[in-house]
Ligand binder design. Structure first.
Ligand SMILES: [Fe+2]
Length: 231
């Protein structure tokens, strides 16, 4: 059966011409993926520090191990350098999406809440929390999101191969009813595979998971909870 063009979607077409239907894809979710230019320099020192830290000074959840304490406090210069770059990249991510500087975007949002300053306060992205995750064979991380976080960032430090990250459909009601035909990837997971040296940035409300890890050597990643602060 031929697919009708947009004009045929309207049952009451006026005599004076075609009526076009407009179809919009709404509620898209931005996810950025960027390679860190200094990856080759920070990989070895970060791996060493994280593995040292993942002994007694770590949290073993049974499904994976996370380092305790702020990465920027114990990770040394490579961790500070990487975090600075991640915050800058996250700021550019937001600015490219909003088409405004962070300060302008922040002022506009504050204005909507009746809390605009009338001027332009300096705003930047900063890490509220940072930690490393070490996955061993059999480890995984079930679906979760990071509360009180504007942006989540994950950087892959070292792995024997590609690192998988799954994003879950963020629309809350899509699981309620299966109509039989999916219009917009309803309930689908989006699978992303990254190499060590790559960074992923996404909204803090987006649920994600890590599937079961099967390789022999460790998969090491770093996560940051990022928020906007007044500089
Ligand atoms: Fe996470």
């Amino acid at each position: 059966m031929p697919v009708p063009d947009a004009s045929e979607l309207n049952m009451e077409q006026p005599a004076d011409g075609a009526v076009k239907a407009t179809i919009s894809q709404m509620f898209s979710t931005p996810v950025a993926r960027i390679s860190f230019p200094g990856a080759g320099e920070v990989a070895a020192p970060l791996t060493e520090r994280i593995l040292m830290r993942s002994g007694a000074l770590s949290k073993d959840f049974g499904y994976k191990t996370e380092t305790a304490g702020e990465l920027t406090q114990w990770g040394g210069e490579p961790a500070v350098r990487l975090t600075r770059w991640v915050c800058a990249a996250a700021g550019r991510f937001v600015e490219s999406l909003t088409g405004q500087s962070l300060s302008e975007a922040f002022e506009r949002s504050a204005g909507r809440e009746g809390e605009g300053s009338g001027g332009e306060r300096q705003v930047r992205v900063a890490a509220s929390r940072s930690w490393a995750s070490v996955y061993r064979p059999g480890d995984r991380h079930e679906a979760h999101f990071h509360p009180n976080t504007a942006l989540s960032a994950v950087y892959y430090v070292a792995a024997p191969g590609l690192c998988e990250l799954h994003f879950l459909d963020p629309r809350p009601n899509v699981d309620y009813f299966d109509a039989g035909i999916s219009l917009a990837g309803d309930s689908h997971r989006t699978r992303v595979t990254c190499k060590p040296g790559e960074l992923i940035i996404f909204p803090g409300w987006l649920r994600h998971s890590v599937p079961v890890f099967h390789e022999e050597s460790a998969r090491i990643s770093i996560a940051w909870n990022l928020n906007y602060i007044l500089a």
